[in-house]
Design a protein around this ligand. Structure first.
Ligand SMILES: NC(=O)c1ccc[n+]([C@@H]2O[C@H](COP(=O)([O-])OP(=O)(O)OC[C@H]3O[C@@H](n4cnc5c(N)ncnc54)[C@H](OP(=O)(O)O)[C@@H]3O)[C@@H](O)[C@H]2O)c1
Length: 282
């Protein structure tokens, strides 16, 4: 299983996302089973946010995780930009902790950039760290110029991760953001690593090269996309799975080993950008 170091902890490079979970009562039992299956398979990193279902995803997770030893998990939640102030952040954080049924988050992220100055958000994050309610903090949907601005702020470099959209069909960050993050030794959390499944994913399903490599490894195209996303050992992918089988398959993708020739073929077929692209966001 491919591993990544994040905030000093070594974790499996395949985690789980939770967007849209907990919103449909008819799907609740299967969603809880999916989360528990993922953890049994070995998943540690779980990504959620106060935004997801306005707390419903966190509440669902809280229920699913009741029986799981807390130290086995690496729990991430995110604060809305308009709640990322010194006054509001502690309130949002307490609500997230309560819904999740935990005393601390391993990582708390600013979900995207808003109007609260970075200085203030960093101060609020540092305070939360001191209180023991979060172990570390990071950001999401930050492009290179924004990371550089954050780096200028007092304690801004205490940020331990940037979570952005990244998949085989969306390699824009490889032009400048990812190289900059590598220079700073900042790991990446790749969201939408499956290009959101059906919408873009179909394009991959029809690709003879992906079909050939997947057949050679007796794996699915989705598993190939995940293996690709985490290939550098400094990235954690957080695919969203709706079924226990999908979550098991996704975790297993962390053990796929491709040949140098296959990596080369993929790189030629899906080249990295040669010019600056605007940051892809959802
Ligand atoms: N920070 C941010 O701003 C941000 C933004 C977007 C997302 N995220 C995080 O990233 C997570 C993942 O991103 P995402 O939800 O956009 O999309 P994604 O993980 O790229 O794709 C999810 C889709 O892939 C399908 N899928 C999952 N595993 C599969 C498998 N093994 N075989 C076939 N299909 C499979 C799912 O279908 P099934 O339901 O049938 O499994 C679902 O339709 C989110 O849940 C969220 O936690 C963060």
């Amino acid at each position: 299983m491919k591993k990544t170091i994040i905030a000093g902890r070594t974790v499996p490079a395949i985690g789980m996302g939770t967007w849209h979970m907990g919103e449909d009562p008819a799907r609740r039992a299967q969603e809880i089973e999916t989360i528990r299956t993922g953890i049994e398979a070995g998943v540690q990193v779980i990504d959620t946010a106060e935004m997801y279902g306005e707390g419903k995803a966190e509440s669902l997770l809280g229920e699913a995780l009741k029986t799981v030893e807390r130290s086995r998990l690496f729990l991430i939640s995110k604060v809305y930009p308009w709640n990322a102030s010194k006054k509001q952040l502690p309130i949002s954080l307490d609500k997230s902790l309560q819904r999740l049924g935990t005393e601390y988050l391993d990582l708390y992220l600013l979900h995207w950039i808003g109007s609260v100055p970075f200085e203030e958000t960093v101060e609020a994050m540092e305070e939360a760290k001191k209180s023991g309610k979060i172990k570390n903090w990071g950001v999401s949907n930050f492009d290179t110029s924004e990371m550089k601005e954050l780096w200028k702020v007092k304690n801004g470099k205490n940020c331990v991760v940037n979570e952005v959209l990244y998949n085989l069909g969306s390699r824009g960050i490889e032009f400048d953001l990812l190289p900059w993050m590598r220079e700073q030794n900042l790991p990446l959390i790749a969201y939408s690593p499956l290009a959101q499944g059906d919408s873009l994913g179909n394009r991959f399903h029809e690709d003879p090269l992906l079909q050939k490599i997947a057949a050679a490894h007796q794996c699915s195209i989705e598993q190939l996309l995940l293996a690709w996303a985490i290939r550098d050992g400094k990235t954690i992918a957080i695919p969203q799975a709706g079924t226990p089988q999908h979550v098991k398959d996704n975790y297993a993708a962390g053990s796929l080993v491709l040949s140098a020739e296959e990596w080369q073929e993929l790189a030629e077929h899906y080249p990295k950008p040669t010019t600056k692209q605007s940051l892809a966001v959802l």
